[in-house]
Ligand binder design. Structure first.
Ligand SMILES: Cc1cc2nc3c(=O)[nH]c(=O)nc-3n(C[C@H](O)[C@H](O)[C@H](O)COP(=O)(O)OP(=O)(O)OC[C@H]3O[C@@H](n4cnc5c(N)ncnc54)[C@H](O)[C@@H]3O)c2cc1C
Length: 487
């Protein structure tokens, strides 16, 4: 029965791989995974910079149906997470379903046949009854718009495209940006480079990470008594939920608890008062992404590291010129400038019912029902779509709920031989009115500038609430929310 029900999974990161495993567990084999890169892994294939690691503990930052007792550390390095993803890909024989180096470049829905026609960069097409879009939210590196960027005569690369062939030893290196990647890369390369200049536009709130290696006996215990691994996972999950309001609510008294914790960390790590002043954020705790590190701030006390807070005016062939006229001569520039936020625009031209385009539909901001389905785009399920990003916990809690929802819809379509399910516009509108109403009470709306916000300052990226609440709301497919079309 399943073979006449082709399913396309676009993207083979955590979301695509997780979806494929869940389909297989449900006995559905009629799916094809399209991955534009040369291998699976997404984030963890691309981010290989020194110090790259998860910032949610590994016991929680892994799939609940593929737990791993062997993580080497509380926060595992990127290479280990990538090895985990490669391992589960092979374990579930997903390579039989994979088309690598194949980007989906467009999708069009045929309402009469109830099928999506996907076009690929290989020049062929694929006809799918259902599309699961797992193209990622932080996948395309953002290049900053700085005058003269292309004129630099030294080496320049983005953290997500690390040049492992370039030896930083003894070099004069700049890092532009002080976000989540920068705070991992800066302490990792500081001992190796000759001189490191970190160009900071806005300082970040940093809290201690508390990273440590798991002993062999701990790993043995997690492997042989899986309930201990479950317990560890649950403990991490509920702790992040308990502290969640401190991170996402616009509640100054709660925020001040976080601020005090972070400032105590700053005082411990940095003795120089002037340096401390420059590193201290002036916006409310949680308004921008909170970073975790045990050694980032302390790195600025090193003799070979400078914090540059003067704005960048221009990049010249010899280095970076700041607004005060100083030319910082450099051998290499590392762009730790984050990503183009992928969850708020169509990843490629998507045409739904009546020739409706997804980009056009999202012109005033990306909206979807529970971040997953968009009215007029039937049988299309987005993983990590609008308003599904967490500020305080693992993305995978959200992804797994979304996979369950898509699977529920697929099982209904297959078992009742339906043409399509299309979320009702009024259901979607009501859901999103509620989301935007709640945004008023969230700290992200408290006045700072962040990548969470669109140009008009609306927030179409984060979920305003607890992860558990989202998961409970999102994971079940309720047919009454959808227009159901039979053949
Ligand atoms: C450096 C870094 C650290 C992070 N750390 C954490 C963390 O600690 N905890 C956490 O919860 N989250 C973290 N995140 C967020 C992270 O992106 C998610 O947790 C998760 O990895 C996303 O998985 P995904 O499959 O949705 O997307 P991705 O991993 O981005 O995978 C998407 C895949 O889709 C492919 N693709 C895109 N477009 C197309 C197309 N048109 N056709 C075919 N294939 C396509 C891409 O090549 C990619 O392989 C981090 C992100 C970054 C960048």
């Amino acid at each position: 029965m399943a073979q006449d029900f082709p399913i396309a999974i676009v993207g083979a990161g955590f979301a695509g791989i997780g979806s494929a495993i869940q389909l297989k567990q449900a006995g559905i084999e009629s799916f094809t995974m399209f991955e534009r890169a040369g291998d699976v892994g997404g984030t963890w294939r691309d981010n290989t910079y020194p110090g790259a690691a998860c910032d949610v503990p590994s016991h929680a930052y892994s799939l609940s149906f593929e737990q791993n007792p062997n993580w080497s550390r509380r926060y595992s390095p990127a290479s280990e997470i990538q090895a985990y993803l490669l391992g589960i890909t092979d374990k579930w024989n997903l390579r039989d379903h994979l088309r690598l180096n194949t980007a989906i470049t467009g999708a069009k829905f045929d309402e009469g046949r109830g099928t999506w026609t996907l076009t690929t960069n290989q020049g062929d097409t694929y006809s799918a009854r259902v599309v699961i879009s797992g193209v990622g939210g932080l996948v395309d590196p953002a290049t900053p718009d700085i005058k003269g960027l292309k004129t630099f005569s030294g080496r320049m690369f983005h953290t997500a495209r690390w040049d492992h062939g370039y030896d930083l030893s003894g070099k004069r290196v700049a890092v532009i940006g002080t976000g989540a990647s920068a705070i991992q890369v800066v302490p990792s390369i500081a001992p190796q480079v000759g001189r490191l200049k970190v160009f900071q536009r806005t300082p970040a709130w940093v809290v201690p990470k508390g990273d440590y290696a798991y002993s062999d006996s701990a790993k043995h215990r997690y492997a042989h008594h899986p309930w201990t691994l479950n317990l560890s996972r649950l403990g991490i999950y509920w702790l992040s939920e308990i502290f969640g309001p401190m991170v996402f609510l616009d509640a100054p008294r709660l925020s001040s608890l976080g601020e005090r914790m972070s400032l105590a960390h700053l005082h411990k790590q940095v003795k120089n008062p002037e340096l401390r002043r420059k590193l201290r954020p002036t916006f409310q705790f949680g308004c921008k992404r909170i970073l975790i590190s045990d050694d980032y701030w302390a790195t600025f006390e090193r003799d070979n590291v400078d914090l540059v807070t003067e704005p960048i005016a221009e990049i010249k062939p010899a280095g970076i010129q700041t607004a005060d006229g100083t030319l910082h001569e450099l051998d290499a520039i590392i762009l730790a400038t984050g990503f183009d936020l992928g969850l708020t625009h169509a990843p490629f031209p998507v045409t739904g019912r009546g020739g409706k385009s997804l980009d056009e539909t999202w012109k005033k901001g990306a909206v979807a029902y529970k971040g997953m389905t968009v009215s007029g785009f039937p049988n299309w399920f987005i993983l990590m779509g609008p308003n599904t990003g967490p500020g305080h916990t693992s993305v995978l809690v959200y992804t797994e709920a979304q996979i369950e929802h898509a699977l529920g819809a697929i099982q209904k379509l297959m078992s009742e031989h339906l043409k399509y399910v299309d979320v009702r516009q009024e259901v979607q509108d009501q859901y999103n009115a509620g989301i935007q109403e709640r945004m008023k009470y969230m700290v992200w709306s408290s006045g700072c500038n962040s990548w969470y916000l669109s140009e008009d300052k609306s927030n179409h990226s984060l979920y305003p609430g607890f992860a558990a609440e989202y998961a409970i709301r999102a994971r079940h497919f309720h047919p009454s929310d959808y227009e159901i079309a039979p053949f």
